[in-house]
Write a protein that binds this ligand. Structure first.
Ligand SMILES: [Zn+2]
Ligand SMILES: [Zn+2]
Length: 234
């Protein structure tokens, strides 16, 4: 009956689809999914299929990865922007269904059984009041359920800072420094934590959150995001 009243449609463009919440074929193929060779540590996509075991990107080869490991479902470009902006700013929270499914798929080659807790990157309370939801929490909930671990929503607080949109890498790192405060170190100590965010830009947010979590006694900190800024081809 519900399907008769509301036939399944692509959440992005309203084209009829067979399964509720799924993207249509056109929207799906427009997205630059990270489905080929990638850095085994940070998930950075390589331009060509590489046939040696455990390839590392130059950043990870130099041991400068922001986290223990990172995976992202797709590249941030015009196509994924058409999903990200309405999801983040226009209340399209139903996008979280297919986005989180893609992120679970992005975790296919890492050992999620070694995780204790899933933590969405916290949003400042002041921003939460104007936006009404933390988009990272919407993505984290189905991921935590799929992995079979709890979400931690309140052990870390984020102070309000102005938006980082127009800043370069160095300015972002400076702007984010000191923004996260661990409120409940007991919940962090000894834990293997998976951070969840919608987009990874320079990695400065992940890196700063990892810094305070490790200082509070976390055992490891990994991360997953829906999309990431990347120049295809290292
Ligand atoms: Zn579509
Ligand atoms: Zn890497």
């Amino acid at each position: 009956m519900l399907e008769f009243l509301f036939p399944p449609a692509c959440p992005v463009c309203d084209t009829p689809v067979s399964t509720q919440g799924e993207l249509c074929a056109d929207c799906w193929t427009s997205i630059n999914w990270i489905d080929g060779a990638h850095c085994v540590r940070c998930g950075y996509p390589f331009a060509l299929e590489i046939d040696f075991d455990a390839p590392l990107c130059p950043v990870c080869a130099a041991d400068r990865c922001e986290l223990d490991w990172i995976r992202c479902a797709c590249v941030y470009d015009e196509a994924s922007k058409r999903i990200m902006l309405p999801f983040k700013h226009c209340g399209k929270i139903n996008y979280a269904n297919f986005m989180s499914r893609a992120m679970i798929w992005a975790l296919r080659d890492v050992d999620v059984s070694e995780l204790d807790v899933v933590m969405p990157v916290p949003l400042a309370v002041r921003r939460l009041r104007t936006r009404a939801y933390n988009q990272a929490t919407l993505l984290a909930r189905p991921i935590a359920r799929a992995i079979g671990v709890k979400m931690d929503l309140d052990s870390v607080r984020r102070k309000y800072r102005r938006d980082m949109g127009h800043l370069n890498a160095r300015q972002r790192a400076e702007n984010i420094h000191g923004v996260f405060v661990v409120k409940n170190p007991d919940a962090i100590r000894g834990k293997r934590i998976l951070l969840v965010d919608d987009v990874m830009t320079t990695g400065a947010t992940f890196a700063e959150l990892r810094r305070v979590l490790i200082r509070a006694g976390a055992r490891s900190v990994a991360g997953v995001s829906f999309c990431r800024v990347a120049r295809i081809g290292v």
